[in-house]
Structure formats: structure tokens, C-alpha cells
Design a protein around this ligand. Structure first.
Ligand code: CUA
Length: 381
């Protein structure tokens, strides 16, 4: 039955096509959002433009060279009794042509490349928001000098305003890389490097340390949270309320106002601002019976020695990330582990299992204690 055989063969013939489709679909930004191919800022578009131009030149060269090669292979295939073909070694015309063509292509690529290097290295002017970026093994500290606030692992930027990143390292060489917004820039101890970009889309986008810096280099990630100017201002106003008094000194939840309403009351219940994903957990509360227990444990277990819980006037040189807003961050453990209750408790109990080599030691926290600490931290929104 030849018809049935042909029908059976048809799906098999589709396999290469379907594999290619799966590969293309697999490269979608939804599954792999850490891509430089979908730029979301002026800076990233400069790099993307150079990349596009180079790619089309390379594609043209590939098609021409491979086409000529395949044509020559079939058209001039040698037969066993063919005579020796004419030798063209020392043909001046051909040598001039194949020197000139690549030189012209390289010149065509060099023009946008050099232009892009000068553009991206220029100092931004106008209404620029300065943010200090400090690399640590293995997390990122962000300080907003104009606001006098500090946060960690989640870089908040307003859409439509240029931010200038003033970068430094507290220990070894790292490289700050927010691929949707800018290129890679090394950060060094004792030397400042700079980078800038103007985000044009709101959302939460991943970034990564791009210079090997120790055992957990691969998990030295961060998120860029780009939001509308109004949302950014609300976030900034909220951050300004997270002052030196520990959150526990706040009266219980009912007297806490939102920052956008002009409230200046210190408190752990204000919802964080942002256009996208939040921590995957129920609204926390300082009235949670676990909260007071967690607050005690935070001191007793020594957490307080490495982590500050105040965003305003945060001390410099802390070993661990600032936790003033840890409860509302989308990720923990430096931007790669979803901030669920389960993950947060596991992270508190067994940091050396979750992220081997991390500077946070296993402190012998029991499951009960981890629950209390989680409730306490979750209330820091
Ligand atoms: Cu920091 Cu790699």
C-alpha cells in the first residue's frame, strides 16, 4: 500500500522543520529574557545597530563565499584522467580584488563601531539620575546619592530619564551587565567606571555579572525594574520613609500610610511600587505573631551584623545586601531565586546548600526560627 507508506513518511519529513521551529521559539524573550537582541534603551540600541550591520555583512559574505564554493565544487569537479588545471598563483588582479573587498567591508563596519564607542563613552548631559553601583562577592549594591537611599539586587530606574551608573567594587573585579539596557562594564576596587542609559519600556528585566569573580559568579545576578516616572517617584518617596529607626519601632500596621499619600510614618506594611512581578507571597504584617520573634532572632543570630534594614542613611561597607525592602523583591540570593516563602526560609536555613561558598554562613537556624525570620523579613516591603 504505497499511499499509506507515503503518509507515514510525511511526519518524519517534518522533523527538521519542527526542530528549527522549536529552536526559534526556544529563543523567545519570554523564556530567555536576558538578551541583548531586544534593546530597550538608547544605549542598547547603539550596540544592537552595530551588531545588525555586522551581521548583514557577515551574512552577505557567507552566502557569496559558500555559493562560489559549492558552484566550483560541482561545476569544476575533477575526473581521474583530467590534466593539471591552470595555476593562478601570483595573479595580481585577483590579489588586489580580494584584498580590497575585505578592506572595504571592514571600513564599513568600523564606521558605526567607532561612532558607537564614542557615543556610549560620552558623558550624559541634562536631567541625569546618578546611581552608584557597587559590586560585591556575590551581589549588587545600589545607592541613590540624591535620595540618600540604598538598595540591593534590584535597580530601580524611571522610564524616559537618563541614569548614569557610577561603578565600583568592594572586593574583586566584576562586570555590570543589564543586557536589555546597556553593554558590559567592568567594575574595579578603587577605580570608578561609568555607564549610562535611558530606559524606554517599563518592566522587570534580568542582568548578570559578566566577569568571573569567584565560585558564585554565575549567581551574581540582579533585576532592573524600570517604571513610569510617577511609579518611580512613588518608590523613591517610599524608600525615603525607610529610615534609621528599625521597622519594629513602627506602631502596628493601621497607622502606616502609603508613601505616595505623603506619609512619613516608618512601617513595614507599605506595598512596594513597580510595574511587574512581586514576591510570590501574601501581604505580610508586623502584627503577625511570628514578626516579633523574627525581629529578636535577627539580632540574636547575628544577621544584623551584615545586613542593614534601613534604606535611608544606610551604612557603607556592609558585608551583606541591604534588606530594607527584601520582602517585596521579586528575587532573593542576588537576583536569581524566586522570593517565595519556601525559598526564603530555605535560604535562611541553609545558605551554603542554596549557594555554596556564599559569605552567609549556615547559622544553625531551625525550621521554626526560619519561619519567624521569614515573617520578619517579609514585612520589610
Ligand atoms: Cu561578580 Cu562575576
Amino acid at each position: 500500500m504505497p499511499e499509506r507508506t507515503a503518509a507515514a513518511r510525511r511526519p518524519a519529513r517534518l522533523v527538521p522543520f519542527l526542530s528549527l521551529l522549536a529552536l526559534v521559539a526556544g529563543c523567545s524573550p519570554e523564556r530567555y529574557p536576558q538578551t541583548a537582541l531586544l534593546p530597550l534603551s538608547d544605549y542598547a540600541r547603539i550596540g544592537d545597530h552595530v551588531q545588525d550591520q555586522t551581521f548583514y555583512w557577515a551574512l552577505g559574505v557567507f552566502v557569496l563565499v559558500e555559493g562560489a564554493l559549492l558552484y566550483a565544487i560541482f561545476r569544476f569537479r575533477g575526473r581521474p584522467d583530467d590534466p593539471e588545471p591552470p595555476q593562478i598563483h601570483g595573479n595580481t588582479t585577483i590579489e588586489i580584488i580580494w584584498t580590497l573587498i575585505p578592506a572595504l567591508i571592514l571600513a564599513a563596519i568600523a564606521v558605526p563601531t567607532v561612532k558607537g564607542i564614542f557615543e556610549t563613552n560620552a558623558s550624559p548631559t541634562g536631567d541625569v539620575l546618578k546611581i552608584e553601583v557597587i559590586g560585591h562577592q556575590w551581589w549588587w549594591e545600589f545607592r541613590y546619592p540624591d535620595l540618600n537611599v540604598t538598595t540591593a539586587n534590584e535597580l530601580h530606574v524611571p522610564v524616559g530619564r537618563t541614569v548614569e551608573l557610577l561603578q565600583n567594587s568592594a572586593d574583586v573585579v566584576h562586570s555590570f551587565w543589564p543586557p536589555r539596557f546597556a553593554g558590559k562594564r567592568d567594575v574595579f576596587p578603587g577605580r570608578q567606571t561609568r555607564m549610562w542609559f535611558k530606559a524606554d519600556s517599563a518592566g522587570l528585566f534580568p542582568g548578570q555579572c559578566a566577569e568571573f569573580c569567584g565560585i558564585q559568579h554565575a549567581r551574581m545576578a540582579f533585576q532592573v525594574r524600570a517604571s513610569s516616572p510617577a511609579e518611580y517617584d512613588a518608590w523613591a518617596a517610599h524608600m525615603r520613609t525607610l529610615g534609621p529607626k528599625p521597622a519594629a519601632a513602627a506602631p502596628s500596621g493601621d497607622s502606616v500610610k502609603t508613601a505616595s499619600a505623603g506619609g512619613t510614618v516608618q512601617g513595614p506594611k507599605v506595598p512596594a511600587q513597580g510595574p511587574q512581578a512581586k514576591a510570590d507571597s501574601a501581604t505580610p504584617s508586623s502584627q503577625d505573631p511570628e514578626y516579633a520573634k523574627g525581629e529578636q532572632l535577627f539580632k540574636m543570630k547575628g544577621c544584623i551584623g551584615c545586613h542593614s534594614l534601613q534604606a535611608v542613611d544606610a551604612p557603607k561597607g556592609m558585608i551583606g545586601p541591604n534588606l530594607a525592602t527584601v520582602g517585596s523583591r521579586a528575587y532573593i540570593a542576588a537576583g536569581w531565586l524566586r522570593n517565595t516563602d519556601e525559598n526564603l526560609e530555605h535560604w535562611i536555613r541553609e545558605p551554603q546548600t542554596v549557594k555554596k561558598g556564599v559569605l552567609m554562613p549556615n547559622l544553625g537556624v531551625t525550621a521554626e526560627e526560619a519561619k519567624a525570620l521569614r515573617a520578619y523579613l517579609r514585612a520589610h516591603q
